[in-house]
Design a protein around this ligand. Structure first.
Ligand SMILES: [Zn+2]
Length: 173
């Protein structure tokens, strides 16, 4: 668990910032909440009017914290304060099942050995500080490492050697 939580001194989100406060309140309850317009369209990030129909954003609604891996990167070196000890870590973009046009960025816990675009993902909520719960992503239960991955995926890189040439959806830093 300690490897998942940013160490003391690591920058954390301002969970009281008005535009995002409902999102962080949802995370504290283990729920993924997104802004919704009067016509029912989901939006992210928060905005005054709907990205689809320009209707007013009227409320926040709970959606299943499930989606598909859209893209990812493995961070091997970072200058971010507090994150150096966490390397290598995987950052993912997940397209929500509810609306694949909604893509959320987050860190991946228990990253798959062979990430693949389209892999099912789900949220995992990790307390990081008093009143701050961070939404992470993990492979969904039915896509545990070794399961649900395309047979044509590249073989894993041998331990201790650089990764092979990156496919289009992946970059290594
Ligand atoms: Zn709308």
């Amino acid at each position: 668990m300690s490897a998942l939580v940013p160490p003391p001194g690591t920058p954390l989100p301002n969970v009281d910032e008005p535009d995002f406060a409902p999102f962080w309140a949802g995370c504290r309850l283990g729920r993924l909440l997104l802004p919704r317009c009067a016509e029912g369209h989901l939006n992210w990030p928060p905005r005054p009017v709907c990205r689809t129909c320009r209707a007013d954003i009227t409320d926040w609604t709970q959606v299943p914290g499930r989606g598909r891996l859209f893209s990812w990167t493995v961070v091997h070196r970072t200058r971010l304060r507090g994150y150096a000890d966490l390397t290598p870590y995987t950052v993912v973009i997940v397209a929500l099942d509810q609306d694949p046009a909604i893509r959320l960025l987050g860190r991946c816990v228990r990253p798959p050995a062979r990430p693949a675009q389209g892999m099912p993902m789900e949220t995992e909520y990790v307390p990081a500080a008093e009143g701050v719960v961070l939404p992470f992503w993990r492979p969904a239960a039915e896509s545990a490492p070794g399961a649900g991955e395309p047979a044509s995926a590249e073989p894993p890189a041998p331990a201790g050697e650089p990764a092979p040439a990156a496919p289009p959806a992946r970059t290594d830093h």
